[in-house]
Every structure is written in structure tokens, then in C-alpha cells.
Design a protein around this ligand. Sequence first.
Ligand code: ZN
Length: 271
Amino acid sequence: MRALVRHNSCYLAHEGISTNVIQDGGGNPELLNFESFQQIASLPEYRPNNPLTQENYRQILGWYHFAEKQCCCVQRASGTLCGTLHNHGWVAKLKDGTVTILGADCANDKFGADSTVFKDISLAMNARREKEREEKIRRLVEQSTHYEIQLRGAIARLRQARLQLDEFLNSIGHEFRRRIVNMAKTGNASVVIEGVKVRYEEKSGKRVPETSVIKHTLGALEGLSAIDYQQFLRLTVEMEHIKDAFVEARAATQLNRAIKAKLGFHIERCV
Ligand SMILES: [Zn+2]
């Protein structure tokens, strides 16, 4: 009875996972994202407390990230298991075909950066990041019309605000404008009142002036960076780039590597 139940759960879990296994462009099996410990434990090849060594390691199957911690099965030089509890780590296949788990940093800590396990994990981490990035871009492109409209609106509002700002700057006089633009460039937003006190002293029959400056800070101007024209330009150009990247991505019948890279570059710069 017990064996039957186990068989069924293994079958179901295995079937569920195997549907996710698709080949990437290089013909390598795609890494799996295990969402519960049950998914790992239900794999027919999984063995609890299954020691992982440099010698018996074959390949990384995927990664896990759970709320509950799991014991790391890396075998220490002394022969005992690492046993450290980890929320996240890797699922590995051994040369005998069985499956085990190891904590996130343990391969590097126990086997070193030159070990095959660690090198495979580095590759897996890159693959995972790339997968997450692709997923993010795919979702963004799906909503590209929405984002394009939002960006068009934001760029129009920004240009309108700039026009109003220019009108204001033109109305305040050349000297004040020069000062305020300079403040925006230097990032010093403090508004300071300067009072100059002049005292005259008689020295050898001459009136000699002695001046002292009294400063009082009134406060700081908010949003001063908006006055800097270069910042306004940079912002609008960047928004235009993102908008164009969305349009290009949507127009492409297939999202090729160059388009994805371009969109990813712009999006990541703004996040
Ligand atoms: Zn460990």
C-alpha cells in the first residue's frame, strides 16, 4: 500500500516536472525550478541524506527556494554531511543516477571555485538569471502597447512642464536665472539670504570700510534638478529609447536576441 502511494506520488510529481523540461538552444536540458520540497522528494531518484562529493557529482538539475530550510547533503572531508540548513540551494544528480540537494554556497565553501560542481552552479546561476530576465522581458513585451501609451503621455507631460519652466525662468530676470541654473548644476539647493554689514573706521584721518557678511539659510528648493536642461534631455531621450524599444519589440514577428538585449538594457537602467 505504502509502495503504491509512493509510486503514484512519484509518477504524478515526475510527470508534472517532466512537462517543464524543454531543451534549450544548445540541446541541454533546461534547469528546473523546484517550488516545494515535495517536488524534489517525490522524484523517484531522490534519496534523503544522499552524500554529494566531488567524485560522485554528475550534474545540476535545478534550484530550490523554500520558506522552510533543508539540510545540505555535501559530504565533508571527515565523511559526515554538511547538514547546514538552507532556504535555497541546488538539486544535483549523482553518477549513480540518484538525486540530492546542496545549500546555496556550500559547493564553493567545501569544494572550492575550481570544482566542477561550483563551475556548473555558476553556469546554472547565469542560466537562471537569463531565464528570469527573458521572462520579465516577455511580460513587458506582452504589455508593450500599454507601456508605449504611458511613455508617450509621460514624455508629453514632461515637455509641457519644461515649457512652463522655461516661461518661468524667462520671467525672473537674467541674474536670478543664472543663479538658479547654477544651483541646479551644482546640486546645492539651499536658499540663503546674505546681509552685508559695513562699518567705517577712522584710520589716520581716512574712513576705512570694514565689511562682514551675515548668512541665513531660508530652506532648500525642491526638485531643483528639473531646472538642469541636460537632465531634462537625458530623461526624455531615455524615455524615447524605451518607447522605441517597445515598439520595435512588438513589431518584430519573433523576439530575436538583439531586440531582447536592447529592451533589457533600457528597462534595467530604469528599474
Ligand atoms: Zn552545506
